[in-house]
Ligand binder design. Structure first.
Ligand SMILES: [Zn+2]
Length: 263
């Protein structure tokens, strides 16, 4: 794809024609390299998606990077702290409103939800409601670049977790919806909330959908062996996964048990 730039080793500086990533310095097992803060627009006015955690140095770096360009709006892919924690501070720094699905994370009058179209500098951003990772997860389609910003719904590496405020049935529907959108709109890149840009949207989404199906099969099998609690199931299904991720895996298993029990 022309205009797609994926640096080697770090997502910092990844870009499409009209979107650029400034990586926040909050790496961890859950946030991979850190949170991706996306700047949309190449003209005098820009939109910033996910300022990241409340990290003065990172927020200052984003503002300095923008120079004289004006931030018209700050959008959040969802309310988790690693994406939203710095939003209010950044909003004060650049004098812009914060728009999010969850009213608790907004600053200003305007909300944000499925079907909304946000514009900046002649660019359109189409909002997709994609609940599942969290109840308030949104994806942002950038038609000019045929790129989808996916927040934590799809990550650049590994798989996402279903947080306590999310749900697996919603998540599976959201993946199917993104898969259909990626095909129908001929998407050329997914721009995730963590990790590198994904240049094969349909392949990545198919991988996610297949992974979920396999995990559910594994959980059914673990249950057939007598495992009952999330912890017992994690010990079997996630035996090959780093133990530091087991608490997150337990959360994910709990979401999957909840899903299976409702089928
Ligand atoms: Zn995140």
């Amino acid at each position: 794809m022309s205009g797609l730039h994926i640096p080697i080793g770090t997502p910092d500086g990844s870009r499409t024609e009209h979107a650029e990533n400034l990586l926040a310095p909050n790496p961890s097992l859950m946030t991979l390299d850190g949170t991706n803060t996306w700047v949309i627009g190449t003209g005098e006015e820009v939109i910033v998606v996910d300022p990241g955690p409340d990290d003065q140095a990172h927020l200052g770096r984003v503002r300095d990077h923008l120079g004289e360009r004006r931030v018209t709006q700050i959008l959040l892919t969802h309310g988790h702290f690693d994406h939203s924690g710095g939003a209010r501070r950044f909003a004060r720094m650049v004098d812009a409103p914060v728009r999010a699905l969850d009213p608790r994370h907004r600053l200003g009058e305007e909300g944000l939800g499925d079907g909304d179209v946000v514009t900046v500098d002649g660019l359109e951003i189409h909002v997709y409601g994609t609940p599942g990772h969290s109840f308030d997860s949104l994806c942002f389609w950038l038609p000019a670049d045929r790129a989808m910003l996916t927040g934590d719904t799809v990550l650049g590496r590994g798989t996402t977790i279903i947080a306590r405020d999310g749900g697996l049935a919603d998540y599976l529907r959201s993946l199917d919806r993104l898969r259909a959108a990626a095909e129908g709109l001929e998407a050329r890149a997914l721009l995730p909330g963590h990790g590198p840009v994904l240049p094969d949207p349909i392949g990545a989404l198919d991988g996610y959908i297949e992974h979920r199906r396999q995990r559910l099969d594994q959980i059914r099998a673990a249950r057939a062996q007598g495992a009952r609690t999330p912890r017992q199931i994690v010990k079997i299904v996630y035996a090959d996964v780093d133990r530091s991720l087991w608490p997150a895996a337990e959360m994910s298993v709990a979401a999957q048990l909840d899903y299976l029990d409702r089928l």
